[in-house]
Write a protein that binds this ligand. Sequence first.
Ligand SMILES: Cc1cc2nc3c(=O)[nH]c(=O)nc-3n(C[C@H](O)[C@H](O)[C@H](O)COP(=O)(O)OP(=O)(O)OC[C@H]3O[C@@H](n4cnc5c(N)ncnc54)[C@H](O)[C@@H]3O)c2cc1C
Length: 255
Amino acid sequence: MIYMKKKLLNISRKKLHKKFRHHLVSVLMDCDILVIGAGILGLSSAYHLKKDNPRKRVVVVDRSGGPGQGNSAKSEGAFRNVFTSETNFLLADSTIDWFHCLQNSLGYDLKLAEIGYLWLFSQEQYDRMTRVLDIISGRGAALKTFEKDELKRFIPDLTTDFRDDEESRLLGLEPVDKGVLGIKCGSIDADALVRSYEHLFLELGGEVKYGTEVKKLKITPERELGIPGEPFVWQNCHVSGARTNRGEVNAETRS
Ligand SMILES: Cc1cc2nc3c(=O)[nH]c(=O)nc-3n(C[C@H](O)[C@H](O)[C@H](O)COP(=O)(O)OP(=O)(O)OC[C@H]3O[C@@H](n4cnc5c(N)ncnc54)[C@H](O)[C@@H]3O)c2cc1C
């Protein structure tokens, strides 16, 4: 009797698997918050999410073998706080303060160098920009203006006058009459920044899974009906996790 039951069970399991093999996926893990991508945006978001939600299980997955192997690895790491939009200014300016805090107070060597960021203008371009530059410096971004002779003294190899030929016209090159230097601008080692975020995140108990490629996002209807084929186009849906090369990662979608 027991043997028969086992056999039946085996057959039905096999049949079930054949019928529903596309629906059977192994679960890699359940978490509260899933972050896809361990670049600078993924790891910094994960760190802040974990910091704000210490009890939540925050997991970062990335298809690469380590942190910051995408565009973050290619970045020059140049930063500036000179922007026309106030939002960009506030975001960039506070981020630069954070770089200083990371390096000077928390001990992460970001190779931070405030070398400035130089814009070159013709007199005409500069005159058009004056109002904007006033707004930018009025918000608190430190700027220093250089005259042509000062620029030539500081950067002897700088070309300030272009021949009036086809190439110059095509490139829209105008003579350089003024320079505007953003003071609170410079560069960091982008890889060091990425790794500092990873370290801070792990210290808080965050988890990272490398070699984990997301193949598809898991879409779940707001109200599951239990009908095969869900979600249907008319159902309100949310992202509830991801299907990866190593199995499914389920994430919470509401706090
Ligand atoms: C040549 C170059 C120079 C740059 N210079 C500067 C600069 O000087 N200053 C500046 O501020 N910005 C610069 N940038 C821009 C800056 O590098 C990017 O804005 C920044 O790195 C974007 O970070 P990210 O985390 O969004 O992307 P990424 O660093 O690309 O991270 C995305 C991550 O997602 C992972 N991923 C993608 N798909 C999947 C998947 N399906 N499953 C799992 N993981 C996946 C990737 O492996 C990657 O690690 C530069 C960019 C380039 C290309």
